[in-house]
Write a protein that binds this ligand. Structure first.
Ligand code: ZN
Length: 114
């Protein structure tokens, strides 16, 4: 089938390794780097063939991703604390207005009943 062979060729998108073969994009299956994509020699760690040590991560390190998430988290936390203070202020303001409204309502009812 021609469609399957073209799919096979599309895997080889990386630069050639020391063997002169374009390195395929692969996905790590190890616990530490699960799902992390990398370029590696097609013959790397193949006991039957002698590959080179060409190896290149495409995706950033997990720690980097974690740091980015943490930075995002801190930013969100800061925004939440600002918003919480705003809500507190509005609640306080609302309470003052509610009391004022209560007083005015009482005065209105009091004057009308006289
Ligand atoms: Zn190689």
């Amino acid at each position: 089938m021609s469609s399957s062979s073209s799919h096979f060729n599309s895997i080889f998108e990386g630069p050639p390794c020391k063997c002169g073969i374009p390195a395929p994009i692969r996905t790590s299956k190890t616990e530490a780097n699960r799902g992390r994509r990398f370029l590696g020699c097609i013959n790397y760690k193949q006991p039957s063939r002698s590959g080179c040590d060409f190896f290149f991560w495409i995706d950033p390190e997990r720690d980097t991703q974690k740091e980015l998430l943490e930075a995002d988290n801190n930013d969100m936390r800061r925004k939440i604390s600002i918003l919480t203070k705003e809500v507190e202020e509005i609640t306080r303001e609302n309470e003052v207005l509610r009391k004022k409204n209560e007083k005015l309502t009482k005065r209105l009812w009091g004057s009308s009943s006289v």
